[in-house]
Write a protein that binds this ligand. Structure first.
Ligand code: SF4
Length: 354
């Protein structure tokens, strides 16, 4: 069956043949806790005959989500610790997050903001709160970049997006506006002329960070949506989450990064999964992640290499966690490993003169 609207209940999922009747009772407990949404584009990509389908794993609820580990947190990356006014997260000096909306076209089962997004989540920023958020940005001349995230900002209407861009256009010190979104992949038809026009404002450079985790997500329609954005002057970068059972092998990661580059999207971040509640079934160890990222080095072009990052729990920000390829031997000498893992001295040892 082809879905014609987003599937948002366990009944919808069963009717679409994406879960069995026997699973429904248990998955209803998950659905009561965390929002469900699978767009027609994503439902069409799922192979219901494959119990390990990497697209299904991202969007179809799983009983494992009811298992909560002690180290998991409702606010795993510590947004709350850096929120001076509602809707703003000011963690780094020169940039802020503006969380205008807490709704998404799909609900990812590993979402790091799963306690905040969804129909029962924090909703859309009210107009007074929006005024305060813009006043905060205007009052802080060190803010060079505003990152619209949430939720997915591209669920807002072109009219609302244009009004946000217009207000940012009036703040001289903001030069870059970045949107974090899954829309070009999960709802590519939404990326039309009106939406693209709404993302641009005079004097600002618009970046769009596309969230995708498996090469199959970059369908012909998704590619066409990305091409419309890039052709219109929007600079695109990628972000992906390293997820067990979705992309935790070198072939899939290499194909994903190449697909980004082929679509004129520069690979940017590969996130180690956050400690969101009920997501332990998605997490690899840091060592496993480092080994996978190291295996990409010699295998695919430098253009295809993302930064492997961890958001330090508690709101301490991102840090790159790739395995180090250089060791300090002391006295200004180092051992550096090439992409085969072979060690070399740096600077090279100069043979003694006879
Ligand atoms: S689109 Fe982003 S914010 Fe929304 S559910 Fe997925 S990971 Fe979370």
């Amino acid at each position: 069956m082809t879905a014609i609207r987003a599937l948002t209940t366990t009944e919808d999922l069963e009717e679409a043949g994406l879960i069995a009747n026997a699973q429904r009772a248990q998955l209803s407990d998950v659905a009561a806790r965390y929002a469900i949404a699978v767009t027609p584009a994503m439902a069409a990509l799922i192979d219901p005959g494959n119990p390990d389908d990497p697209i299904a794993r991202q969007f179809i609820p799983d009983a494992a989500e009811l298992v909560r580990l002690p180290e998991e947190r409702e606010d795993p990356i510590g947004d709350g610790a850096h929120s001076p006014v509602e809707g703003i997260v000011h963690r780094y000096p020169d940039r802020v997050l503006l969380k205008a909306v807490h709704v998404c076209p799909v609900y990812c089962r590993f979402c790091f903001r799963r306690e905040m997004v969804g129909p029962q989540g924090l909703g859309t920023l009210a107009s007074q709160a929006m005024d305060k958020a813009f006043a905060y940005i205007a009052d802080h001349p060190e803010i060079w970049e505003v990152i619209l995230t949430g939720g997915d900002p591209l669920v807002l209407s072109p009219r609302r997006l244009a009004s946000i861009m217009e207000r940012l256009a009036g703040i001289d010190h903001v030069k870059i506006v970045r949107f974090h979104t899954r829309v070009p992949v999960v709802e590519p038809e939404r990326v039309d002329e009106a939406l693209i026009a709404a993302l641009k404002a005079s004097g600002k450079t618009t970046y769009l960070a596309l969230h995708a985790n498996h090469p199959r997500e970059l369908t012909a329609k998704a590619s066409a949506a990305c091409a419309r954005l890039v052709d219109a002057g929007v600079v695109m970068v990628s972000q992906s989450v390293l997820l067990k059972g979705v992309n935790d092998n070198a072939d899939t990661l290499a194909a994903l990064m190449r697909a980004f580059v082929e679509n004129r999207i520069k690979p940017y971040y590969l996130h180690h999964p956050d400690l969101a509640p009920g997501t332990s079934h998605f997490r690899l160890t840091v060592e496993e992640g480092q080994a996978l990222v190291a295996s990409l080095r010699g295998r695919i072009s430098g253009l295809c290499q993302p930064a492997y990052v961890l958001d330090i729990p508690g709101g301490h920000g991102k840090t790159v966690i790739s395995a180090s390829t250089i060791e300090d031997d002391g006295g200004g000498c180092y051992t550096v490993s090439d992409f085969h893992g072979e060690p070399h001295a740096y600077p090279p040892v100069v043979p003694a003169q006879a």
